[in-house]
Ligand binder design. Structure first.
Ligand SMILES: [Zn+2]
Length: 410
């Protein structure tokens, strides 16, 4: 088979100096010095820059992105964000969600994201309009990104009749993950129980919003770990936020970290949202509310860093850059050593892919050629300096590119 592409003069983790990446059939066929390929093979010159695995977004809400101009955002609390989005959602149409979700998805692609799990909410108010709009993007953007939907009840499950039937219908129509938001339910544990039951019926993974508070008396993480063990679901459960972990004393944190590692429950931290919404009751010494997931990794659990919300009352910011999330996390978690910055990159690439059940998302022979040429020399510099993605490839085909900045001297 002729090669689809050779990416020359690339810096790759685990290789010395510049190497060439040869792609055949959408897969990395070889990584070698001065690879010889057919003259007709397309060549892209990485020009001695770092080639990262495609970035992996484990947690974003495409359906409610880009609505800051339609909502109040005065208090900056979680309650206000849920309330305002619930109001705005009534006016969502399939076309409206499709347009906003496409815009957000395209920004993510340009930032180097090649795989994404998006949460989509269903309830009797929105019905399946949000789901149908986002579901259409699977095929429309398959050339650039692998997209999967985690369907979840943002406004509660056991307290919101009709919601479970909609979640089940969404799973029948192609949602691949079931989610939860127990903290908005009148009976959080009953919601968790139902979500495990649905997951088992459909044989799909679970990705819950959990413990999105600084009140450590309201933690559900231990309950979720127990349910994960009971259902033999280790490796297929993730939780997002887990802000309470940021409020635990070290010894207690270590106990929970060991429990997460043993149960096989991964944690996604959402630094931008957590920083924006947590600690609103404080007028000084405001806590950060961001779970120290690098310490979970040291304890043997898996973790990822993700975007969560873009331009809505949960997070009125966003450029869909996962490298910015890695940098933001490193900054607030006070991580500056090379191995620590490398871990932050892993949490938006290989560890994020692992959370989604994709075993090997490295730049290595046999892996999908999902690649990003970053304007830097290695992954440590990528996180420290917020390196710009210059070329993005999905299965070896270039999907986005930009020109490096140039000075125009007099
Ligand atoms: Zn979320």
């Amino acid at each position: 088979m002729p090669a689809d592409l050779v990416l020359r003069n690339a810096r790759v983790d685990g290789y010395d100096g510049d190497v060439d990446i040869v792609v055949r059939g959408g897969t990395i066929d070889a990584i070698e010095h001065a690879a010889s390929v057919d003259d007709r093979c397309p060549v892209v010159d990485a020009a001695h820059r770092y080639v990262s695995p495609g970035l992996v977004e484990t947690h974003v809400h495409l359906d409610k992105s880009c609505i800051v101009d339609r909502v109040q955002n005065g208090e900056g609390t979680l309650a206000e964000a849920i309330r305002e989005v619930a109001k705005a959602k009534a006016a969502f149409t399939v076309d409206d969600v499709h347009a906003r979700a496409s815009r957000t998805l395209e920004r993510a692609i340009v930032q180097g994201t090649t795989r994404m799990r998006t949460h989509v909410e269903v309830d009797p108010g929105i019905g399946l309009r949000g789901f149908d709009a986002v579901r259409a993007l699977f095929d429309e953007y398959a050339w650039a990104i692998d997209l999967e939907i985690c369907v979840f009840p943002q406004e509660g499950l056991t307290n919101n009749p009709g919601t479970e039937a909609l979640m089940i219908e969404a799973l029948r129509r192609g949602a691949r993950v079931v989610g939860a938001a127990p903290y908005v339910d009148t009976d959080p544990h009953a919601q968790i129980d139902r979500v495990f039951a649905i997951a088992r019926d459909f044989d799909v993974p679970i990705d819950m919003h959990l413990d999105f508070t600084l009140d450590v008396t309201k933690m559900d993480v231990e309950y979720v770990c127990a349910k994960t063990r009971e259902h033999h679901y280790g490796g297929r459960v993730a939780i997002g936020h887990a802000s309470t972990l940021s409020a635990l004393p070290a010894r207690r944190f270590d106990e929970v970290a060991t429990m997460l590692a043993d149960a096989g429950v991964a944690v996604t931290v959402l630094p931008s949202t957590d920083l924006f919404l947590m600690g609103r009751g404080f007028d000084h010494d405001v806590p950060r509310g961001v779970a120290p997931v690098h310490r979970l990794v040291r304890a043997g659990a898996n973790a990822s860093l993700a975007t969560n919300n873009v331009l809505n009352p949960f997070t009125p910011f966003g450029d869909c850059s996962l490298l910015r999330m890695a940098n933001l996390y490193a900054n607030i978690a006070q991580l500056g050593q090379p191995d620590e910055l490398a871990l932050c990159h892993d949490m938006v690439t290989i560890r994020a892919a692992q959370l989604m059940g994709v075993a090997d998302a490295r730049v290595a022979p046999g892996a999908n050629a999902d690649l990003v040429v970053l304007d830097c020399l290695d992954r440590v510099q990528a996180v420290a300096e917020l390196a710009i993605p210059l070329h993005v490839f999905k299965r070896g085909r270039m999907t986005a590119s930009r020109v490096p900045a140039m000075l125009h001297r007099p």
